[in-house]
Design a protein around this ligand. Structure first.
Ligand code: AMP
Length: 190
């Protein structure tokens, strides 16, 4: 199974991705974690990425696409993967699709976690990561709206999109995700 998890920063993608990946024995590939590890290790890619992470902007598509396609060709991804934080733009999504089409292993689903903005702000303030200060949070939400939100239409047109309300407890959201394919197709988004 090959799944993409979408949703704004603070929607709980990382937490839910861990659970869904464990349940289906998928590799959880978190783009932000890979980028932060590169920053911490001071790799050349980390040096490029640092300013983007600090400001909440997207790391340039060509950098992230090269990094992710390389990661997806590693053997552990052959049995399926859950992508958390990638793609984040239509250009990234088309690059991913092209790569998977060449391998004959297309995506099975794109799961979108929906959360009201006030709840996102509450969650991000509680999380306290380095890029969770007020200015960066505002920028990351704006970047989501302008660059990442169009992906919802992109995957809906392919019939792959399942939207899940991500309010409530962690367990409740996990249950909704596990039932998403039978419950949600075609449901209008707010
Ligand atoms: P995350 O941990 O997914 O919230 O990502 C943290 C930061 O890493 C983002 O604010 C971006 O600066 C960068 N980042 C993560 N994923 C991507 C991506 N797919 N494309 C570009 N930048 C990304």
């Amino acid at each position: 199974m090959r799944v993409v998890l979408l949703g704004p920063p603070g929607a709980g993608k990382g937490t839910q991705a861990d659970r869904i990946a464990a349940r289906f024995e998928l590799v959880h590939v978190a783009t932000g974690d890979i980028l932060r590890a590169n920053v911490a290790d001071g790799t050349p890619m980390g040096q490029v990425a640092q300013a983007y992470l600090d400001s909440g902007e997207l790391v340039p598509d060509e950098v992230v696409v090269a990094m992710m396609l390389e990661r997806l060709t590693q053997a552990d991804c052959g049995h399926g993967f859950l992508l958390d934080g990638f793609p984040r733009s239509v250009a990234q999504a088309t690059a991913l699709d092209r790569h998977l089409a060449e391998l004959g292993t297309p995506l099975d689903a794109a799961i979108n976690l929906e959360v009201a903005e006030e709840e996102l702000l509450r969650r991000l303030a509680r999380r306290g990561r380095a890029d969770d200060n007020a200015q960066t949070i505002r920028n990351r939400l704006q970047v989501f709206a302008s660059s990442t939100r169009p992906l919802l239409d992109y995957y809906e047109e392919q019939g792959l999109l399942f939207s899940v309300a991500a309010a409530g407890t962690i367990d409740e959201v996990t249950e909704r995700i596990l039932h998403a394919p039978s419950d949600v197709p075609g449901r209008p988004r707010p």
